[in-house]
Write a new protein. Structure first.
Length: 201
């Protein structure tokens, strides 16, 4: 699911000192895995995900910045072929904890609430770095797990052009995967970096 993630308006400015608690639910169905590197073919999945998070807006070098923490909890039913043998399984548990720092360096100066009321964004651009820690539920006896048992780092650059009530956004990111050295009963799993490009109206 990593390569399919969409976060509209993630580059938006916020008043400095703002705090947000986030709660969400997502449902995905189809050829989807919690970890895209797994060697499973013909997957038919039904995945329910609950997400809890916290966002804090801060000032960094005079510009708008954010720190956010996200913790997912997922349950999924999976049907797929492993070495041409059909398998059906269910997995439930916490996913890996996500920490991210975002810094807007164009068109997004740090503002308090009173200044933000008169703020009309035009072009906004910024960078972020996200770290996914191997904290989720993981058992090396199973091929599919809510957690991935590896570190993941994602640097990203984004730009948004605002038109009154509309916004067009583009993002370029790179997923850099650490090694899972306890993959399926003591094996090792490595994955090449994954480049992502997203454009959203």
């Amino acid at each position: 699911m990593i390569g399919q993630e969409l976060e509209p308006r993630s580059i938006n400015n916020l008043p400095v000192g703002s705090n947000f608690l986030i709660g969400g639910y997502g449902f995905a169905r189809g050829n989807i895995l919690l970890d895209p590197a797994l060697p499973v073919n013909g997957v038919d999945s039904n995945i329910h995900t609950l997400v809890a998070g916290y966002v804090r807006s801060i000032k960094f070098f005079g510009m708008s910045s954010k720190i956010d923490v996200i913790l997912p909890f997922a349950t999924g039913d999976y049907e797929g072929a492993i070495e041409e043998e059909l398998n059906i399984t269910r997995r439930t548990g916490f996913g890996d904890l996500r920490l991210r720092f975002s810094f807007n360096f164009v068109g997004s100066g740090a503002m308090d609430v009173s200044q933000f009321q008169n703020y009309s964004p035009d072009v906004v651009s910024g960078v972020s770095i996200q770290v996914i820690a191997p904290t989720g539920n993981y058992d090396s006896d199973f091929l599919i797990n809510p957690g991935s048992n590896r570190w993941v780092v994602k640097p990203q650059w984004g730009i948004a052009k605002n038109y009154e009530k509309w916004s067009v956004e583009g993002y370029v990111g790179l997923w850099i995967f650490g090694e899972n050295d306890d993959y399926l009963k003591g094996n090792s799993l490595k994955q090449e970096p994954l480049l992502t490009i997203k454009v959203m109206p």
